[in-house]
Design a protein around this ligand. Structure first.
Ligand SMILES: [Fe+2]
Ligand SMILES: [Fe+2]
Length: 370
């Protein structure tokens, strides 16, 4: 089959799956199962548009339960604008209506836009609406005005661990170990924060990282956990190299992989990238969550091969392309994007914004190129 024919088959298959998916959200697992039922799509699975068949239906043996994720609310003070406040409140109301209630809520960072204590307090206030236990990890927007002082006061330690129904959960801080780009240049806290809040800025450099101290902590935290039992790691940034120029990675991802490699059932749930995103390295799956605030475009050098990119959003509807996520622990972590789009998975060609999204591969980071 020529490359062109293959592409056409895949797109047709994609379209038939799209038609079948008419719920309030996109359930990855349902999506995969439907794709396998529709015979024509098996071909698509084999060249990477969907996760591989052997990536699903591996029993973890954990008791079924669900939890919710909200992140990247990027709140401004209400006096400035309430556009992002409205969306954070909508997500909180959605979580409150979950039946049965989720076991807990993870807030995945970037609660504030510019680290302003007013923004962080506003976020804490809005999230008080959710009665279930909440766990917080920080984003870079929460941190670099006062170097985490307000965030810590409100939410405690930026990294933590707990066990729940046979799963070890770990929250990592991937944002606080940025290199000091401000002292020599005598930047004000506002200037420091401004550079951190620029997606394609270069002044803050490769700020995303786990750090030697936290890697040791991670290793120690996992040392008493059986290698065959599930581990879920929450991080603001993805724990692999997706697109370093935007800090869509952690710079020490290789070391992180070394620590996690012996554990066969690791899932990384992350924020920061504000888009539908999926990747696998060895036995570790990484799943990018939606932001409530806005969605980022896919970077110019492509998405991981296993990602089914989301279609472009309606620029006239600021509730489009954003939302929150329901996650259910069953055989694996089943996740459902609660995207506030009216027509879920629009009947258009899958559009990564980068042209050829079937054959493209993730490029090595610039430093690793020959
Ligand atoms: Fe964000
Ligand atoms: Fe972020």
């Amino acid at each position: 089959m020529s490359k062109h024919e293959k592409t056409q088959t895949t797109l047709k298959a994609e379209k038939s799956v799209s038609k079948a998916s008419t719920g309030p959200g996109i359930t990855r697992r349902t999506f995969i199962h439907r794709s396998l039922i529709a015979g024509a799509v098996v071909g698509a699975a084999s060249h990477g548009l969907f996760p591989l068949i052997n990536a699903i239906d591996v029993a973890y043996g954990a008791e079924e339960f669900s939890f919710a994720w909200i992140s990247d609310t990027h709140l401004y003070p209400k006096a400035l604008n309430t556009r992002f406040v409205d969306k954070a409140e909508r997500a909180v109301n959605d979580v409150k209506e979950m039946k049965p209630a989720p076991d807990f809520l993870i807030f995945g960072g970037d609660l504030a836009q510019l680290g302003d204590p007013v923004e962080l307090q506003l976020g804490a206030e809005i999230l008080k609406g959710v009665a279930v236990k909440k766990h917080f990890i920080p984003g870079e927007h929460d941190w670099y005005l006062d170097m985490g002082e307000t965030w810590r006061k409100l939410f405690g330690n930026p990294n933590w661990t707990f066990d729940h129904k046979g799963v070890r959960f770990i929250g990592l801080d991937t944002i606080s170990r940025g290199p000091d780009y401000w002292s020599a240049k005598k930047m004000t806290p506002q200037e420091r924060m401004g550079h951190m809040a620029t997606l394609d800025g270069s002044v803050a450099g490769p700020w995303a990282g786990v750090g030697k101290d936290q890697l040791q902590w991670l290793s120690k935290t996992l040392s008493d956990w059986p290698k065959d039992k599930p581990v879920i790691v929450f991080s603001h940034n993805p724990l692999y190299e997706y697109y370093p120029p935007w800090n869509f990675w952690v710079r020490d991802w290789r070391e992180v992989q070394e620590v996690l490699k012996p554990y066969g059932k690791v899932t990384n749930i992350h924020g920061h990238t504000h888009q539908v995103l999926y990747n696998e390295i060895g036995t570790m799956r990484s799943i990018g969550m939606l932001a409530t605030s806005w969605n980022w475009p896919y970077p110019p050098e492509g998405v991981p091969a296993l990602t089914t990119p989301m279609v472009r959003v309606d620029p006239g509807d600021h509730f489009d392309g954003v939302g929150w996520s329901k996650l259910t622990m069953t055989d694996k972590v089943a996740y459902k994007y609660m995207m506030w789009r009216k027509e879920v998975f629009a009947e258009t060609q899958v559009d990564s914004g980068t042209g050829d999204n079937i054959n493209q591969i993730l490029s090595p980071r610039i430093a690793d190129r020959p």
